[in-house]
Ligand binder design. Structure first.
Ligand code: URA
Length: 240
């Protein structure tokens, strides 16, 4: 476990912004292995040290997993000089966890995006070998039919010659469908429809790796994964 700054650790643990934590440190109520600490830059090992704020023992969370309902117009990145990113939508406490989006949704795509600071999880979830399932709801500009269902089933040759893996298309209404893919090529869903002479008007991801978007999250809102969802992550991490 790398050493980390005491102000970052205390802030991440829910005691306020870094500025607020500085004030807490000045009050001489933060203890590392029984010694008062006032220097916000002091580095500690949260796994081996007993760290208290007053009489509250800090339980360090190494990895954090959050689901967000990504709104339109926001990019899937940690930081950008011009555009608003999904990480900008996090509250101060979560911003301290150095979360990043696990995978990408286009700027105009909405719905489920997982944010985490667990690089191992991201690597596995995005590995082309893992075939992690993604579910989307797509609105398109033309009527859909059985021919489209078959085309998705057989795999579709994209504009660059790549043939997609078999995918699932379930027609929900004339111009709306549920799409399930097990890979994640650039603009994949849009390009699949384009290859069939259609155009995606709106795209929303509703599930990723068996984790469903919480319908109670308004666009831009996020929450920690619950225990059941965490089990899915643990399972994914335990498989070769
Ligand atoms: N496919 C796309 O075309 N766009 C996305 O954002 C996700 C999948």
């Amino acid at each position: 476990m790398p050493m980390m700054r005491i102000d970052k650790l205390v802030s991440q643990s829910g005691f306020g912004s870094r500025k607020e934590v500085k004030a807490i440190l000045k009050q001489k109520v933060v203890f590392v292995d029984g010694e008062v600490v006032t220097d916000p830059q002091m580095r500690v090992n949260p796994e081996t040290s007993a760290i208290y704020v007053g009489d509250v023992l800090i339980e360090y969370e190494k990895y954090v997993y959050v689901m967000m309902n990504k709104p339109e117009g926001v990019i899937s990145a940690s930081y950008d000089e011009e555009e608003q990113t999904v990480c900008d939508l996090l509250d101060e406490k979560h911003q301290w966890h150095d979360l990043f989006p696990v995978g990408r949704l286009d700027k105009d795509t909405t719905g489920l995006i997982i944010l985490s600071n667990d690089g191992g999880f991201a690597h596995r979830a995005l590995s082309p070998k893992k075939h992690v399932e993604k579910v989307y709801i797509a609105q398109v500009d033309r009527e859909l039919g059985e021919k489209d269902v078959k085309a998705f089933e057989n795999g579709i040759t994209l504009d660059d010659g790549y043939k997609t893996m078999p995918a699932n298309l379930e027609i929900l209404s004339e111009k709306e469908a549920k799409v399930i893919i097990k890979e994640g090529k650039f603009h994949q869903v849009k390009r699949m429809f384009e290859a069939l002479g259609g155009s995606v008007l709106s795209l929303k991801r509703v599930a990723f790796a068996g984790i469903n978007l919480d319908a109670s999250l308004a666009p831009g809102q996020f929450r920690r994964l619950d225990e059941k969802e965490m089990n899915i992550i643990v399972n994914l991490l335990s498989k070769d």
